[in-house]
Design a protein around this ligand. Structure first.
Ligand code: HEC
Length: 124
């Protein structure tokens, strides 16, 4: 009986974990593809700076809400008085710059979600 329990439990675990892997993999494609996110042109996935900050641990620096909002509309988020935006502006020393250099192609909310899932896998 015990063995059945283990088989059942691991199946449950695998099925539960699968969608997240699949989404993170799609997010990685979007991140690297020049036609889609093209994030790779400006961001490294470790701690190092390129045009923008390295994105390792970015989901620890920011809430999910902020990241999704910023990726949907970087310019409006940049203008907002959100504490996470203020912190970012200070960190990149652009408190007086009225726009962000972070650009992106329009994406569906599913693509944004996949990108977020990929960003959550980036740790140092
Ligand atoms: C043209 C260059 C460029 C592209 C393309 C770009 N970014 Fe950025 N990104 C930046 C810069 C520069 C910043 C820092 C804010 C600033 O200086 O404008 C930034 C900031 C960010 C931040 C906040 C980082 C932090 O440490 O708080 C995230 C998250 C982010 N970008 C994700 C992305 C994703 C995901 C994509 C692809 C969909 C992308 N960026 C595409 C240049 C870019």
């Amino acid at each position: 009986m015990k063995i059945l329990f283990y088989v059942g439990a691991s199946l449950f675990y695998l099925l539960g974990a699968f969608p997240t892997w699949a989404d993170a993999a799609k997010g990685e494609e979007i991140f690297n593809s020049m036609q889609e996110g093209d994030c790779k042109s400006c961001h490294r996935v470790d701690g190092g700076r390129l045009v923008g900050p390295g994105l390792a641990n970015v989901t620890q620096r920011h809430s999910k809400e902020w990241i999704l909002e910023f990726l949907k509309d970087p310019q409006s988020t940049w203008k907002s008085e959100h504490p996470e935006t203020i912190e970012l502006k200070k960190r990149v020393r652009k408190t007086r710059v009225p726009f962000t250099a972070c650009k992106k192609n329009p994406m569906t909310s599913e693509q944004l979600q996949d990108l977020f899932d990929y960003l959550s896998t980036l740790e140092k």
